[in-house]
Design a binder for this molecule. Structure first.
Ligand code: GLN
Length: 485
């Protein structure tokens, strides 16, 4: 069963080929068999999953037609889930049991999904390798000497190793798209405001968006339809109609204009990645799309602007973990200052501390204008630049990551190098645009390579349709990892 896509599983459930309980048990068995090694789950909610699956089977027996009913999925451990530990990959929240469900979780629950558990992640979603997790690194099922990327690395490995039909991640600067690329999956960061952030632990509030990871664009269309929508509880949620993503998948590509930014193919990009992305562009040409050279003039300062804005917001968001309101509390504090100091020193890991200090620095009275304000101006220039280019073309294509293989340990003592790897993904967050990552080939070393498409606001449907048709023409997503065979 686990070789099937989510869409195929949904079809099997509806004709009674297997029940949701059987399907759920199958995934739970696979988690028990492989995950001690892969480390993609922090918490497995087996009992609850089987109860949810039994309820879904009843709904299916009564003729329920929703495609998500009875489908087992996993959530990044950043989403609050009522009665279940929500650690955010941190010792700080190791004992936190969420008292309510995030809106994304309750939307999907209403649609009938079964929660298998909560997936591993970089601590507070800060990282690109999943190595900053308190619960240890996650292994990439394509090569277990490598990481699956981050920060939604557990979600990516869980789907790539077929331990779950799909998984939900979050993307602040690339954390859905980059791990999708490194594990041969499809991943989407929706338009900012498309999915509610309520109940999603905040890293950088103006950049964070929830997004699904799955085998295909069609699967993403199904999951996004279940999670998207306006939420009055999130003041940044936008009341914009949710498209029927499934019905738009076959929209004709003839006359579609795809922009190829020259800045995306410069120094630092691995030659195999460049070649695979350019090959994928030729496929679009053969399907009737027109390829247009474009220029994104403010791409170069994007990583710097992102790390100033993201860390400034993070330093503010993470101030709530003080051992009083939220989070780990130290033993026997001498006084209030000692309580704050030791609780935070013990609760946070090194990368999180580094980022809180940098964020506080750029927001401080003496440096606010020089760093934070300047970064906000660059952010505006980046968004305007995209607006200009997206008047000329329908969407923009390029790489997701400069590399396709990340050995464990390689980035850990070089944070700057790790940050620079986010060059192609952070601009979609800084501008709020939707972007999709999908597999377009393999490297000589046998690792998957991803391409990225960025579209105009609210055009998730168009991104999904173009990626879907590409996946119908090619076979890149069909080779299973060693754990999925
Ligand atoms: N790698 C980026 C960072 O560390 C993106 C993380 C994310 O999207 N959550 O900030």
């Amino acid at each position: 069963m686990h070789e099937k896509t989510l869409a195929e599983l949904a079809a099997g459930l509806r004709v009674g080929e297997y029940s949701s309980v059987e399907l759920t048990r199958h995934y739970l068995d696979r988690i028990a068999q492989y995950d001690a090694r892969l480390n993609s789950f922090i918490t497995v909610t087996a009992e609850q999953a089987l109860a949810d699956a039994a309820a879904a089977d009843e709904r299916l027996a009564q003729g329920e037609t929703g495609l998500l009913t009875g489908i087992p999925i996993a959530y990044k451990d950043i989403f609050c889930t009522e009665g279940v530990k929500t650690s955010c990959g941190s010792y700080m929240l190791d004992n936190f049991i969420a008292p309510y469900d995030a809106t994304v979780v309750s939307n999907l629950r209403d649609a009938g999904v079964v929660m298998l558990g909560k997936t591993n992640m970089d601590e507070f979603a800060m990282g690109s390798t999943n190595e900053s997790s308190h619960y240890g690194p996650v292994l990439n099922p394509w090569d277990t000497d490598c990481v699956p990327g981050g920060s939604s690395g557990g979600s990516a490995t869980a789907v790539a190793a077929r331990l779950s039909a799909a998984a939900i991640g979050t993307d602040t600067g690339g954390s859905v798209r980059q791990p999708a690329a490194l594990t041969g999956l499809t991943g989407l960061k929706p338009t900012y405001g498309r999915c509610s952030r309520w109940g999603m632990v905040a890293y950088a509030s103006s950049l964070d968006q929830a997004g699904p990871l799955a085998q295909t664009a069609e699967d993403i269309a199904i999951v996004l339809g279940g999670m998207a929508g306006f939420d009055a509880k999130d003041s940044t949620s936008v009341d914009h109609p949710v498209d029927d993503y499934m019905s738009g998948l076959e929209a004709d590509l003839k006359g579609l204009k795809i922009g190829l930014p020259k800045e995306y193919f410069g120094d630092g990009l691995d030659a195999e990645v460049a070649e695979a992305v350019l090959q994928s562009v030729r496929v679009y040409e053969s399907m009737g799309a027109e390829i247009v050279d474009v220029s994104l003039r403010y791409n170069q300062p994007a990583v710097s602007a992102y790390y100033v804005v993201a860390l400034a917001e993070a330093s503010s968001n993470l101030s709530r973990y003080d051992g009083v309101r939220f989070g780990h509390r130290c033993e026997n504090p001498q006084d209030l200052a000692d309580l704050y100091k030791r609780s935070r020193s013990e609760g946070f890991g090194a990368e999180v501390k580094r980022r809180i200090m940098l964020g506080c620095y750029t927001l401080s009275a003496g440096y606010y204008d020089a760093y934070y304000l300047k970064a906000q101006k660059i952010r505006r220039l980046i968004a305007d630049d995209f607006r200009r280019v997206l008047q000329e073309v329908d969407l923009i294509v390029g790489p997701v990551t400069p590399y396709s293989r990340l050995p464990i340990g390689q980035m850990m003592d070089n944070p700057i190098r790790m940050y620079l790897g986010d060059i192609y993904t952070v601009t979609a967050n800084l501008s709020g645009l939707p972007a999709i990552s999908y597999p377009v080939g393999w490297s000589q070393a046998g690792m998957p390579i991803g391409a990225q498409m960025i579209g105009d606001y609210w055009r998730e449907g168009q991104l999904l349709s173009v990626a879907h048709q590409y996946q119908q023409q090619t076979h890149w997503r069909q080779m299973p990892t060693m754990f999925a065979a």
